[in-house]
Design a protein around this ligand. Structure first.
Ligand SMILES: [Ca+2]
Ligand SMILES: [Ca+2]
Ligand SMILES: [Ca+2]
Ligand SMILES: [Ca+2]
Length: 357
């Protein structure tokens, strides 16, 4: 394992654009690319915003295609090799839960986890514990430019485990924290790791809803400790149907965090500096899947993004633009936003912030 990962150090000093690339930027131009994982053929279909397929992809349907994974795998994207381009990741559950990674640098990695009962004991724990009910997430938790693998398990004491690889020493560390106060939350608890303590560092986080329309964001603070934020929307009680959306939506201001809930085309957005009342924006319809990504302009802020299973179309709107809003050449104007048909019903759209619906 140590040898396999040593080359990663080469990429740590690669310069990036002014903003951190969104996690669903496959061609490395700083803008998100519409992409879906199709369980039927276990292929990824991606439309490159820069116009041409990366070298590890083949042309298909005017965009690009790549086979990676099995039909039953769970797809994720992240940047584990640190070149700012998205890497394809599938999580495959089983007796040895395993991540299979096809990196943008054309390297592949197999990262096995362990069931908690079979994991090595600390301080020798270098394998990510993954319980059978685990939520899988990803994020750069130590600001080294490499995304780290995250698991969260309600049945294992509401515990996060985070796997960090350290290229300078070739070592792997597993750290953990528990949020015991989530006892009593209704399932599904949703993973939603976000930036809180700096522009390039993400904190593991989950959103949980309780009977009585209470909800909390539970956030990892440091190894061993977590903090709960009761739902902060003044005069509004979230429903169980609402889905949290990651705060890449509002840009990467250090120390500022936002709370965003989506349901059936209604976005309730509460910026940390606001006084508690959420602003409401409308974008999307019932059954749409809310996503994060910086598709339109590469300004570091996600737009309002939904993917509609019925027509396989991406609908994207710049939150700061109200009229004559420009669209990338590959998209068409649509009710003040932009649209791109890419994908089929049954596909899994790839979000810059993981799948939490
Ligand atoms: Ca791109
Ligand atoms: Ca990469
Ligand atoms: Ca990292
Ligand atoms: Ca943007």
């Amino acid at each position: 394992m140590k040898v396999r990962f040593k080359f990663l150090a080469l990429f740590l000093l690669v310069a990036s654009t002014a903003y951190a690339n969104p996690r669903n930027d496959f061609d490395g131009d700083g803008k998100s690319d519409p992409a879906v994982f199709r369980p039927g053929d276990a292929k990824w279909y991606m439309f490159p915003s820069a116009g041409s397929c990366p070298s590890t992809w083949a042309p298909a349907y005017g965009g690009c295609v790549k086979q990676w994974g099995l039909s039953t795998d769970k797809p994720l994207v992240g940047d584990v090799d640190g070149d700012t381009k998205a890497d394809l990741i599938v999580f495959r559950d089983g007796s040895v839960p395993t991540f299979y990674i096809s990196a943008s640098t054309n390297q592949t990695f197999v990262v096995p986890g362990c069931r908690p009962a079979n994991c090595p004991a600390p301080p020798n724990l270098t394998v990510l514990p993954i319980q059978t009910d685990a939520l899988i997430d990803i994020g750069d938790t130590n600001a080294d430019g490499l995304d780290d693998l995250i698991s969260f398990s309600a049945s294992d004491g509401f515990k996060w485990n985070v796997r960090q690889y350290h290229p300078s020493t070739g070592t792997i560390t597993i750290t953990y924290a528990s949020a015991y106060a989530l006892a009593g939350a209704q399932l599904p608890i949703r993973p939603i790791s976000e930036q809180y303590q700096g522009v390039s560092k993400k904190d593991p986080q989950v959103y949980a809803w309780f009977n009585g329309n209470a909800a909390v964001w539970a956030r990892w603070v440091d190894e061993g400790s977590a903090v709960l934020f009761p739902q902060p929307f003044q005069g509004y009680s979230p429903t169980q149907a609402e889905i949290p959306v990651a705060s890449e939506f509002l840009g990467a201001a250090p120390g500022l965090w936002d709370h965003i809930l989506f349901d059936s085309g209604t976005w309730r957005i509460r910026k940390n500096l606001d006084n508690g009342a959420p602003s409401i924006q409308s974008w999307g319809l019932q059954y749409d899947k809310p996503l994060a990504g910086d598709f339109l302009n590469g300004d570091g802020k996600s737009e309002l993004v939904v993917w509609r299973p019925g027509d396989g179309t991406w609908y994207v709107k710049d939150q700061d633009c109200s009229s004559n809003c420009p669209c990338p050449s590959y998209m068409t104007p649509h009710y003040g936003g932009c649209a791109k048909q890419w994908g089929l019903n049954g596909d899994i759209p790839i979000s810059a912030a993981g799948q939490n619906w």
